[in-house]
Design a protein around this ligand. Sequence first.
Ligand code: ZN
Length: 109
Amino acid sequence: MNTEELLERLAAIDDSASADRAPARLKSKIYSALVSRLTETGPLLSLEAIRQSGAQLCVFEKVVTALPAGEQIGSTNPCRICHARVLGERLQWAPVFWPGCPYSEFHND
Ligand SMILES: [Zn+2]
């Protein structure tokens, strides 16, 4: 098979074949591991800094940033606040539906 044939075969694959996609639980665990790895080299950005950069925060993270002590809490691991990580890593179809949460996106895409 040459390169052009390979590309044509890849292009012929449509999204209906997405049943073979990675399970949401696995995506959640990988995301958690990556975030955990990032914290080994230093603190994560504060939620306020993330918000100011234009990135979407989890609805619960937005609430925390509005609190007077939010900046202290804001340097913790994302989604430890909304606890979606706990459900997202253990359940295949976790009932997390709030916008802006990566775990919710893994389980609802
Ligand atoms: Zn979250």
